[in-house]
Design a protein around this ligand. Structure first.
Ligand SMILES: Cc1ncc(COP(=O)(O)O)c(C=O)c1O
Length: 389
């Protein structure tokens, strides 16, 4: 089936955070929303069909997860990513972040150090600090226009007694797909110093060209046992509103403990729609995904070329993965507050604005929308930048 990603679908009455919370977040609602990471596209037809069938049953009582649910994930991972992980290692969560919070709270103690690599997904900062852990930041290094991990800095910092590492693989917002070699280096450091790796791999299917996603835990038995992997069809298939993700444990004791926490908090079940949607995504969603990736890459190239030709002071980074473009605005010569004000009140764009201290002259643009919307956004941006000259 041919999908039409150019179609503009109104999100009015869609109760969409991206649109309906603009005022709350930016103080105005006349912005083109390109912030929170969801897409303005309809999901794959097999997912919609599966949900429709479920809807037509008309009974929405408590659900029991069939074996085929996690098996669909295992089969996808084995086929797509050459990782033969068994379903017995998998658990459920109402989202990657709720899962991270629960694990951090239970597997570390208040005051323990958690390391992250900035700039990185803003929730990583917030959950660590909100839950009384000490945030340790190892900034990524920019080498010849490409972000890299700083192993020396990372190792020096973990030696101070870090307990847990939130890895973002692939990385939001810089769009890197960490290579196997990079993951091996960082994973070895963690093993050496007893740091547990929690790898957020939510963006792992949104990878372009020859870049190759490597599940951290697939690298070796030692890495598997020292890691917890968080995945979800939510970013890939635009299902974030179904609030369901999968946590893969390499350590049986931790998995049993986590399952016990799900039990005693009474949050062990999926909702009935996430159950069928997830399985349909992993079993029948690939055709849609392949077309989506071509479209997203077209949007990325469009942004890059447009800025190069028309707004040279705005320098988008071409992501290896994700539909989020990390944009260098240094040449505008603004402070973080000025940049925020400029993008919101002059360019009238609702962009991602804060991912750590290292991000103060950058913004993040979500281009998972029809190209005409991306074009409108760039016209707004150019008009605003032109007024500065
Ligand atoms: C790296 C990363 N992790 C987690 C999330 C949120 O996941 P969830 O909605 O499953 O909590 C996002 C959303 O943008 C993300 O980019």
């Amino acid at each position: 089936m041919q999908y039409n990603f150019d179609e503009i679908i109104s999100r009015k009455d869609n109760f969409s955070a991206k649109y309906d919370e603009l005022n709350l977040k930016y103080g105005r609602d006349d912005l083109i929303p390109m912030w929170i990471a969801d897409m303005d596209f309809r999901t794959a037809q097999p997912i919609i069909d599966a949900m429709k069938n479920r809807l037509e049953q008309g009974i929405f009582g408590y659900v029991s997860r069939p074996d085929s649910y996690f098996e669909s994930v295992c089969q996808w991972y084995s086929r797509k990513h050459n990782w033969n992980v068994e379903s017995k290692y998998m658990s459920h969560s109402h989202g990657v972040i709720p899962g991270l919070v629960m694990m951090m709270n239970d597997f570390t103690s208040p005051g323990d150090k958690i390391i992250i690599q900035s700039p990185v997904y803003n929730e990583f900062f917030e959950i660590v600090q909100d839950h009384g852990r000490e945030l340790v930041i190892s900034p990524l290094k920019l080498t010849n226009g490409r972000y890299e991990m700083d192993y020396e800095d990372f190792e020096a910092k973990v030696k101070t007694g870090v307990k847990m590492f939130f890895l973002c693989n692939p990385h939001n917002p810089v769009g890197r797909v960490w290579t196997k070699e990079e993951l091996m280096k960082i994973g070895e450091i963690c093993l050496r110093h007893g740091v547990q790796v929690v790898s957020d791999e939510i963006h792992c299917e949104l990878v372009y060209g020859n870049n190759k996603y490597t599940p951290f835990a697939s690298i070796s038995k030692e890495f598997f046992q020292n890691s917890i992997t968080c995945i979800s069809p939510s970013k890939t298939f635009n299902l974030a509103g179904l609030q369901s993700s999968i946590i893969i444990f390499g350590n049986e004791k931790q998995k049993n403990r986590y399952d016990y926490l799900l039990q005693i908090n009474d949050i062990k079940r999926n909702n009935c729609f996430s159950l069928v949607a997830t399985e349909a995504a992993y079993r029948y969603g690939e055709e849609w995904l392949n077309q989506l990736l071509v479209y997203l890459k077209g949007n990325i190239d469009f942004v890059y070329n447009y800025c190069k030709e028309n707004i040279p002071k705005i320098k988008p980074n071409i992501p290896e993965a994700t539909y989020l473009i990390w944009i260098d605005c240094k040449d505008l010569g603004m402070t973080a507050d000025q940049l925020k004000n400029f993008m919101t009140n002059e360019a009238k764009l609702g962009l991602g604005l804060w991912y750590g201290e290292e991000s103060k002259d950058h913004v993040r643009m979500n281009i998972a929308c029809p190209r005409t919307i991306v074009e409108q956004a760039l016209l707004r941006l150019k008009a605003a930048v032109d007024t500065l000259q």
